[in-house]
Write a protein that binds this ligand. Sequence first.
Ligand code: FES
Length: 163
Amino acid sequence: MAFETEELKAIDKIIAENLASKDQQKSPLLPVLQDIQKFYGWLPEKALIRASQKLSVPLVSLYGIASFYNEFRLKPLGDYHIVVCTGTACHVRGAPLLVSELERTLGIQVGEVTPDQKFSLETARCVGTCAVAPVIIVDGEYHGKISKKEVQQLVTELREEGE
Ligand code: FES
C-alpha cells in the first residue's frame, strides 16, 4: 500500500516539531518515536523509514530503540485492545486466572494479536484502580471487580459487535 501523502506530512510535522524543541541537549529520537506511536498506535515500518531519512539516522538504530523500550509496539493492536492489570492487588484477586481465560478464549498469548486482528492482549502493572481489583481495560474503558465469567461474556459481546 502506498504511503499516503497525509501520513507523510504528519510524520514530517512530528519530526519538525521535535527538532524545533527548545531542549537541544536531548536526542529527538525517543520523542519522535513516541509521537509516531501516538499517531498510529504503533510504529509502522513505513513511518520508521521516513523518520530514518528525515533524521539521517540508520533505520536499524530506530529499530534498536523501538525494540529496547517496552513502551513501543512494532505490531498494530487489535480492533479491541485488552489490558489485564497484573499489579499486586489485581494479582491476589485473580488476575492470573483472567489472563489464562483470555489467552484460552482468544487463542493467543499476552503480547499477541488474533489472526483476524480483532483482539490484542497485554498485561500492565497497576493501572491505578486497586480498590476495584481485578481490573481489565478494553480500549481505554476500565472494567473493575471483573470475574472470569464476566470476561468470557465481554469477549463474546465484543466478538458479536465486531461482526
Ligand atoms: S494492582 Fe491492579 S489496579 Fe492496582
